[in-house]
Every structure is written in C-alpha cells, then in structure tokens.
Design a protein around this ligand. Structure first.
Ligand SMILES: Cc1cc2nc3c(=O)[nH]c(=O)nc-3n(C[C@H](O)[C@H](O)[C@H](O)COP(=O)(O)OP(=O)(O)OC[C@H]3O[C@@H](n4cnc5c(N)ncnc54)[C@H](O)[C@@H]3O)c2cc1C
Length: 309
C-alpha cells in the first residue's frame, strides 16, 4: 500500500514528490512514457529561477528527480491505464499491475497539438516550437520574421508577445476571422507588426535539408494557391490536450478536459490532488507547474494526517 502515488514525472510531479518525500511519505512517482516530462524535449530553459545562465531542460529534470530521491521518493517507469477512485484505498492499474494508494497526485501534463507534418516533426527545436513564452526570446528569433499558426486566444497572445523579438509576425489562420475573444482579436489585428494570413494552412515547414527553419509553404484553402513565407521560427499555437482521459467520469474536468481544481490543489474526490499543466490552460510554465506540485503535496500530507487521527 502506497501513501502517495504521483502520476507523472514533469516539474509538477517531481516537485510534489520532493515535498511528499521530505514529509516522510516515500511517494511513488510513475513516470509515464515521458520520464522528466515536457521540459526534457527542450534545450535551454532561461526562465527557471536559480539558473542565471539558463539550464538544459533534461538536466533540470534530472536534478529535480535526484533531489526528490535524496529524501526517499521512488521512481517507477510505468503508465497508469485505469484509476478506480470510487474505492478507498484507490486502485490504479499500472502497465497491467494493480497499485493501491491512500492518496493520488495527478500531474499528467498536457500535450500540444501538432500540425501533423513530417517537416514539422523533423524541425522541432530547430525553429519549430510550441511555446512563445519559452522560446521567443532566443537569439535565433531576434529581428527575424516569425510565423504563428492558429487563430485562438493563445495564438493571438503568442503573436503579440513575439512582436517584441521578431521583425514581423505572420499569423496564419485557416479561416478569415480569428476565433479569439473580440478584444484579443482587435488588439492583435491593430498591432502593426502582426500580418494575418487568412484562409491558409501550412503544408510544409522549410527547410529540412538545411536542418533549420527558413520558411513555410502555405496553401490558401479557398484558391488552392501555394506560396512561401520566409521566416526563422514557426510557433504552433493550435491548442493543447490535457492527459486526463483516464480520469473522465470520476474527476471533474472542464469542457476541454482540464482538471478543475478545488481550494487550490484538491479535486472533487477527497484524497486526489492535482498539479501542473493538466489543470492549467493559462500559464503552462515549469515554475507554475512546480508551484502547484508543492501545493498538491502539502494538501496530500494534511489529508493523510487527518486520516490517521
Ligand atoms: C518545447 C518546450 C519548451 C518549453 N520551454 C519552457 C521554458 O523554457 N520554460 C518554462 O517555464 N516552461 C517551458 N515549457 C513548458 C513546460 O515544459 C511545462 O509547463 C511543464 O513541463 C509542465 O509540467 P507538468 O509536470 O505539468 O507536465 P509535463 O512536463 O507535461 O509532464 C507530464 C508527465 O506525466 C506523465 N504522464 C502522462 N500520462 C500519464 C499516465 N497515464 N501515467 C503515468 N504518467 C503519465 C508523462 O510521462 C510526464 O512525465 C516548454 C514546453 C515545451 C513543449
């Protein structure tokens, strides 16, 4: 029987594990298929406090793991397939094996939607990115033309943010109006550095041969005419999918699948807590995920203390 099972090994999961471990709870961290979480897919992280020169994403996550393990956290490479949260203790199925636990911290993150292009995949982290806040300030994008793909609030926010760095920001959207809220759309379109490219989809990111982004091939969906836009970076902002499907019907989720936290890091099920991007469609940063992980562990510790009284 486990005291605390942390589902997920990103910033939220390992920070929750650190706090739970220091409280003597020997948490079990289930890594999922991406040990270390999303941050391991990026090179330099420049906005995590405490690293004035920046830190490699993989290195940062290895350090978080080591720090939690030092106090007794245990990592297990496993994916939760089902979760029965209607019984006490809770029952998880991890790669076919049952795991019983008194508390659960859900820290499963959110996956970004991809365009689904081979060239996009090949140039990921070589000019193709999914986070303007994370990567926009990198030297490679400074004073260069940039492309944002999408038409919602996130795409507008990313495009506006990127005007600080890029010479011009092309906002490529498949329709002829933005899906974003009215005020956000108006502000975006009023920005002289943002050039909307309407009714268009990206069909290829250039240039795989050069192993870096030099432009995008776009097709106008109304005329079928193709053209090339030169750029140094492609910021894909077409949404995220929280990894919460296994909790559907048990944990309160919003219409997009994000966990709805209650009183900070709690959920509608007593003993189940949540942290990180799977409950946050607003900030989606390493430091906010870590902060939520801390809160979830403190709540789990308090819950276990009341159980044993
Ligand atoms: C390319 C890129 C660059 C970024 N750069 C920065 C940056 O510079 N600064 C910054 O602050 N943020 C950055 N971010 C955002 C940051 O990575 C996320 O905000 C952060 O990783 C969220 O942490 P998390 O723990 O909530 O989720 P994640 O890091 O997504 O971790 C989720 C974890 O859950 C596990 N999991 C999922 N489902 C299951 C399951 N069923 N069973 C078991 N485990 C499961 C996964 O394997 C993974 O370990 C970047 C993101 C990307 C994609």
């Amino acid at each position: 029987m486990q005291n605390v099972v942390v589902i997920g090994s990103g910033c939220a999961g390992w920070t929750a594990a650190l706090y739970a471990a220091r409280a003597g709870l020997q948490p079990l961290v289930l890594t999922g298929t991406q040990p270390g979480g999303l941050l391991t897919t990026t090179t330099i992280v420049e906005n995590f406090p405490g690293f004035p020169e920046g830190v490699d994403g993989f290195e940062l996550m290895s350090r978080m793991q080591k720090q939690a393990e030092r106090f007794g956290a245990r990592a297990s490479f496993g994916t939760v397939e089902t979760a029965d949260l209607s019984r006490s203790p809770f029952m998880l199925t991890v790669d076919g094996e049952p795991v019983e636990t008194r508390t659960v911290i859900i820290a499963t993150g959110a996956s970004h939607r991809h365009l689904g292009l081979t060239s996009e995949h090949k140039l990921e982290n070589k000019g193709v990115t999914y986070c303007a806040t994370c990567d926009g300030a990198l030297p490679v994008f400074r004073n260069q033309p940039l492309v944002v793909v999408g038409g919602g609030d996130s795409a507008c926010e990313e495009a506006t943010y990127l005007t600080r760095f890029g010479s011009v920001v092309y906002l490529i959207h498949r329709r002829d109006t933005l899906r974003a809220s009215k005020i956000m759309a108006e502000r975006t379109l009023a920005n002289p550095k943002i050039k909307p490219v309407w009714d268009s989809v990206v069909t290829e990111v250039l240039d795989v041969q050069q192993d870096k982004v030099t432009g995008v091939r776009v097709k106008n969906v109304k005329t079928n005419v193709e053209s090339v836009i030169d750029c140094a970076g492609v910021f894909v902002a077409i949404g995220h999918v929280p990894n919460t499907q296994i909790f559907k019907g048990q944990i309160d989720l919003d219409e997009n699948g994000y966990v709805i936290p209650k009183h900070g890091a709690s959920t509608n099920v007593p003993g189940v807590f949540v942290a990180g991007d799977c409950a946050d469609h607003v900030y989606r940063q390493a430091i906010t995920a870590a902060g939520m992980g801390c809160a979830a562990a403190i709540e789990a510790e308090r819950y276990l203390a009341t159980m044993s009284q």
